[in-house]
Ligand binder design. Structure first.
Ligand code: CP
Length: 326
């Protein structure tokens, strides 16, 4: 039997779920970024709330630790006036042996409208989206090494604010590409939005088996990877997804791939430094760079709220009959 292909879009091509950036066209991605600009303005008001999702219920289902993603999804939903529940999975029935599907059925029975899912397994958000009731939408808060679509949009939103003409940009993504869901979503989003050159920079052991398949230029040397770039996106080593030693030592990794002011000198003088977090100082990035004038890392965190408000409102606001921020 041929299984029908699962789509995160509805029949009209609009977002019904938000699971991956793959398959989303430039217009849809740009629409999210433009909508997020309006919500960033809302975040600067004295009253940071709009009534777009009044009466809707968003449930954060995080099976893996998170600081930025969980809190900004929660704030985003609250600023849209939705009711929000964070399920503490250590205290939920899943630890008593209840299956994921039975937990979903239980939450569905409470008339929720959206699940935000983070899970250690690649494909978990798709699995949940396939199995929820038709009135529920799923947003992927990061699944295994597969995708972290809202993080990629935060990163390109931040990049666009500093460097709006993507057709001129060279961007380097540096670090553990092999195990990073963020890298996959970043590469896909940057290429779809027309960035001139995307480079991935890592030792062979932290690249996937066929790195060229990602569509980016592969650089094994940090100096080659950083030369003349407009932006550097650093990644941490994803220890939780690594089995066995892939690096001689953290010290040696920092010597070869850790970002310092000295190594950054080959990038363009106005190059910006980004990191989706959590960042490991002295492993992939030196404090002098992380806290320096070219770092936009904390701006990325702030933009997390606007991007997540944008996507939630595009999915759920439509059902309330409203499209734009108030
Ligand atoms: N960038 C990111 O996903 O961070 P958290 O793990 O803190 O959510």
């Amino acid at each position: 039997m041929v299984r029908p292909q699962f789509s995160q879009l509805d029949e009209a091509g609009r977002l019904r779920h938000f699971l991956t950036t793959e398959g989303l066209c430039r217009e849809t991605l740009t629409d999210i970024l433009d909508t997020a600009e309006s919500f960033a303005a809302v975040g600067k008001r004295a009253v940071k709330k709009v009534p777009l999702l009044r009466g809707k219920t968003v449930v954060n289902l995080f099976f893996e630790p998170s600081t930025r993603t969980l809190t900004t999804f929660e704030l985003a939903a609250k600023r849209l006036s939705a009711d929000v529940m964070n399920i503490n999975l250590r205290r939920s029935a899943t630890v008593k042996g209840e299956s994921l599907l039975d937990t979903l059925r239980t939450l569905e029975a409470m008339h929720c409208d959206m699940f935000v899912v983070r899970h250690a397994s690649s494909g978990a958000a798709h699995f949940i989206a396939r199995n929820v009731a038709p009135h529920i939408s799923v947003m992927n808060g990061g699944d295994g090494r597969h995708a972290h679509p809202s993080q990629a949009l935060i990163d390109v939103f931040t990049l666009r604010r500093h460097k709006p003409d993507f057709s001129k940009l060279r961007v380097a993504i540096v670090g553990d590409i092999a195990h990073s869901r963020v890298a996959r979503s970043q590469i896909n989003t940057l290429l779809t939005l027309g960035v001139r050159e995307v480079r991935i920079v890592a030792p062979r052991t932290l690249l996937p088996p066929v790195p060229e398949a990602l569509g980016a230029k592969v650089c094994l040397s940090l100096e080659e990877g950083l030369r003349d770039v407009d932006a550097v996106m650093m990644l941490r080593i994803q220890h939780e997804r690594i089995q066995g030693p892939l690096l001689p030592s953290i010290h040696e990794y920092f010597q070869c791939y850790g970002l310092t002011e000295k190594k950054l000198a080959v990038a363009r003088p106005d190059a910006i430094v980004m990191h989706p977090g959590p960042l490991n100082r002295g492993v992939e990035i030196d404090s002098e760079v992380a806290d320096g004038p070219r770092s936009v890392i904390l701006q990325q965190v702030s933009h997390g709220i606007a991007i997540r408000m944008a996507v939630m409102s595009m999915i759920l606001g439509r059902r309330n009959g409203v499209e734009e921020p108030g």
